[in-house]
Design a binder for this molecule. Structure first.
Ligand SMILES: *Cc1c(COP(=O)(O)O)cnc(C)c1O
Length: 492
């Protein structure tokens, strides 16, 4: 039986009374229970009744149905799905590190606090910032924290008129969302045909009501914003602060620092650039850095080094934000990030950005005769095609993405950014070999050939995956999460 079919049929193996184990029957003593009787189950739950080999095969097969960066190339634009060295996972799982308790006395966790403090210093160096907090749990959480810092700064200057935040139309969706959650009105600024921010449009929108301008650089189409010094001057001249969305800091490593470009506040996604595997919602970390003069607004608590070289956790000063996370954030993510930085060393870290950029341009150049490149290269770490050049075949970006699955590759990011109709956003990262990139290029070229010669095969793809054409909307609106529901519904 093929794997696909096997996974699908597994619950049909259920037979009343079939068991993988046999335990003595439990005699329920209701008098010992603290559960109110109306909450107690009257009947046994409806679960598949199967033998142990069937259960083991079911879950083992399920575990291989997922695509991960450990199973293949994952060119998902804007996500930096690079390979994360196993050494860093092993360290994070070490009993001594994973077994710590947040309420342990300070003198027993000096090593952990040193890891925390050293990472704060390393990120400050990498970002060109004065100070970092590691507390936020994700990129979006970092954005919110950064905007709260900006809010606290304007409050400290008795400047309550600043109620709006400028966000480019190409920004990641979390930018306007974070600004709205932080209580700001969002003002959109346009992009030019080359994908960079329209500086004239930006200037026209800068006034005394603007608290901050959020920028991503390289931006969401993989282009470097060349006018940053000019933008920084205009933003500061209007009394606003400049925020750097560094979720995707990868291309900048070893090349440039946001602090040097004039950014005041930034966040970094450790789960993209700094070696924490991601996807599926966590765990992650979105540390926030600030330039000199804004340190006092960072959230509590903070890890500091005392003059005698020991470390402690402080709740200090009046202007600091309160807690934005439980304890000090996602500690094992920090362990991975610091291990990654220390194993690469300054020299290795400095190669990440240039190699990520080289790989992206290699793929771009090998495909631009078949795929439409609306913004000419060279790009930074990623680039966007607007579907195939030949639109007459009717083959869409969705079809191309699905056909790639048949060929053993994860799909690129599709239909984002919203600047083009058929966006196909590719980010190869620095960790892929020339051979892997060549195989991907060959697959993409084959799809272009198929689209011309036999478009049906692309339009009906994928042909070889456990799920073929799930209804995304239906799955989001009515997720099937219970076995009992699965029994009443046909599965795809
Ligand atoms: C991934 C990403 C984010 C959001 O990060 P999360 O950790 O998913 O909240 C924000 N901005 C950019 C540019 C990103 O790529």
């Amino acid at each position: 039986m093929n794997r696909k079919l096997y996974s699908k049929l597994i619950f049909d193996h259920s037979r009343a009374g079939r068991r993988g184990f046999d335990l003595p029957r439990y005699q329920r003593d209701d008098s010992l229970s603290t559960l109110p009787s109306q909450l107690m189950r009257e009947e046994a739950p409806l679960l598949p009744e199967v033998d142990e080999p069937t259960v083991v095969r079911h879950y083992t097969n399920q575990s291989t149905n997922n695509f991960g960066v450990d199973t293949g190339f994952y060119p998902l634009g804007s996500c930096t799905m690079k390979y994360n060295p196993k050494l860093n996972d092993a360290l994070a799982a070490d009993r001594v590190i994973a077994g710590l308790h947040p309420r342990q006395p300070m003198q027993t966790v000096q090593g952990a606090l040193e890891i925390y403090w050293t990472l704060q210093r390393s990120l400050s160096e990498i970002g060109g910032m004065a100070e970092f907090t590691l507390n936020p749990f994700a990129g979006a959480h970092g954005e919110l924290t950064g905007l709260m810092v900006i809010h606290a700064y304007h409050d400290s200057r008795n400047d309550p008129a600043r109620t709006r935040v400028i966000v480019p139309d190409s920004a990641h969706g979390t930018n306007p969302a974070s600004a709205a959650v932080a209580g700001y009105e969002v003002v959109e600024v346009k992009s030019l045909p080359d994908g960079t921010v329209d500086v004239d449009d930006l200037r026209a929108k800068l006034d005394h009501t603007i608290a901050a301008v959020m920028m991503t650089n390289p931006n969401m189409v993989g282009m470097f914003e060349k006018h940053i010094p000019e933008i920084a001057e205009a933003v500061h001249g209007a009394g606003a602060l400049l925020y750097y969305d560094g979720a995707n800091l990868n291309p900048m490593l070893g090349v440039a620092r946001p602090g040097d470009m004039g950014f005041d506040v930034m966040h970094i996604n450790l789960h993209k650039t700094f070696s924490t595997p991601h996807g599926g919602g966590g765990p992650g970390a979105g540390p926030v850095g600030v330039r000199k003069g804004l340190e006092q607004f960072l959230p509590n608590p903070r890890v500091v080094r005392r003059d005698d070289g020991t470390f402690t956790v402080e709740q200090n000063n009046d202007c600091a934000l309160g807690r934005i996370s439980s304890w000090l954030g996602n500690y094992t993510v920090f362990v991975r990030a610091l291990a990654y930085i220390l194993t690469l060393g300054a020299e290795g870290v400095a190669q990440v950005g240039p190699l990520a950029t080289l790989n992206a341009n290699y793929v771009l150049n090998a495909l631009k005769d078949r795929y439409l490149l609306p913004i000419p290269g060279p790009c930074k770490h990623e680039f966007v095609f607007d579907g195939l050049i030949d639109k007459s075949t009717g083959v869409t970006t969705l079809n191309i993405a699905k056909r790639l699955l048949d060929m053993g590759f994860h799909a690129p990011t599709i239909y984002f950014p919203l600047l083009f109709h058929e966006s196909l956003m590719i980010e190869p990262t620095e960790t892929e070999s020339r051979e892997t990139l060549d195989a991907f290029i060959e697959a993409m070229r084959q799809i272009a050939d198929e689209a011309a010669e036999n478009p049906e095969i692309v339009r009906t793809a994928p042909h070889d995956t456990p799920a073929v054409h799930p209804d995304d909307t239906e799955a989001a609106l009515h997720p099937t999460v219970k076995y009992a529901d699965l029994c009443d519904r046909p599965t795809t």
